[in-house]
Design a protein around this ligand. Structure first.
Ligand SMILES: Cc1cc2nc3c(=O)[nH]c(=O)nc-3n(C[C@H](O)[C@H](O)[C@H](O)COP(=O)(O)O)c2cc1C
Length: 314
């Protein structure tokens, strides 16, 4: 894929390879490491607009950032325009440059609350939410899916609504809400949306290799890609696309991640929090199953470091 800068309101990203909001994974540590691999833009995981208002301390890990995060983008979810406005005006998120609104989350608890992808069923409310976010001083981006079900795609019309409501960029996950995270990405739907709007369109879904990224861009005409699970399995997918020379080997990258997590979340808690991430790194690795068992039994960061250091999986 061809690298290019992306304009998001008054912000310009250095390239069009983005790292996705990923609940439980895209924390400040992962984001700052992804920036060292040349990521153009990284997003926090989704944070509740109401949660930010009523119990801001509960979101403190999500909204924590490191100074080396070149551009800071926070993802907010919610369906109440008033709370969205309060969130964008909240001094706690003043440091973020971009506000992304989640309109794609399929999780039953979120969907049944009328939030996340449920907003794709209610264009008028979705528009109010976006307009409300745009009342703040930051550019607003929106991430959504192809629709609720595969047989009733909404991609193009939702993209037009988002642009008309003031969004500066949209990211389209090329799957419906019912497909959740499986199946092929629907290129044609993303292409239709791309052809209908003037704002930049980022395509997302199923990119695990450079070839996947090339195919996604060629088939959709999108302006850039958003990488998600592909990076959790192999962070160097970012540098493979951006042409950056990584400063670390994968083993060093993982050890740095554990060290930073230990500092930030504590010696014991970090080992538990990193288990699922380690499982992604070990997917398909020779001897990975045994190592995964060891990783899951590590009770602190020191043990985890010893396990990773002595493994030949990386
Ligand atoms: C564990 C997990 C957590 C996710 N959390 C979020 C989130 O907080 N916000 C969001 O917009 N999407 C979230 N997503 C969706 C991803 O950002 C992305 O759209 C999806 O994984 C499809 O891309 P992929 O096929 O390349 O993984 C999550 C996905 C996974 C697997």
């Amino acid at each position: 894929m061809q690298l290019k800068k992306i304009k998001i309101g008054n912000i310009e990203t250095p390239n069009n390879v983005f790292f996705a909001p990923l609940a439980g994974y895209s924390d400040a540590i992962m984001r700052s490491l992804c920036y060292t691999l040349g990521a153009g833009l990284c997003f926090t995981e989704m944070v509740s607009a109401k949660g930010l208002y009523y119990s801001p301390n509960a979101s403190s890990d999500i909204i924590f950032t490191y100074p080396n995060e070149k551009i800071k983008a926070i993802q907010i979810f919610g369906n109440d325009p008033e709370f969205i406005k309060r969130a964008v005006d909240n001094p706690l998120i003043e440091k973020f440059d971009i506000i992304d609104i989640n309109m794609g989350c399929p999780v039953p608890k979120i969907f049944s609350n009328g939030e996340g992808s449920a907003l794709m069923q209610n264009f008028s409310l979705a528009s109010k939410v976006i307009k409300s976010a745009c009342q703040g001083s930051k550019p607003v981006t929106v991430k959504f899916r192809t629709g609720i079900t595969d047989d009733k795609p909404l991609t193009r019309d939702f993209a037009v609504m988002a642009e008309d409501s003031g969004a500066s960029l949209i990211t389209i996950h090329g799957r419906s809400k019912t497909a959740v995270y499986s199946g092929e990405c629907n290129y044609a739907e993303i292409e239709k949306a791309k052809n209908a709007v003037k704002i930049p369109v980022i395509a997302n879904g199923g990119v695990f290799s450079v070839d996947d990224a090339n195919r996604l861009i060629e088939n959709t005409g999108a302006d850039g890609v958003m990488l998600a699970r592909g990076v959790l399995e192999n962070p160097f997918l970012i540098s493979n696309l951006t042409g950056f020379t990584p400063k670390f080997t994968l083993k060093q990258f993982i050890l740095k991640q554990i060290e930073l997590a230990s500092e930030r979340y504590g010696y014991e808690r970090s080992a538990i929090l990193l288990r699922k991430q380690m499982a992604f790194y070990l997917k398909g690795a020779t001897g990975g199953k045994k190592l995964k068992e060891q990783v899951f039994s590590a009770s602190n960061a020191g043990e985890l470091i010893n396990i990773i250091e002595s493994s030949n999986c990386f």
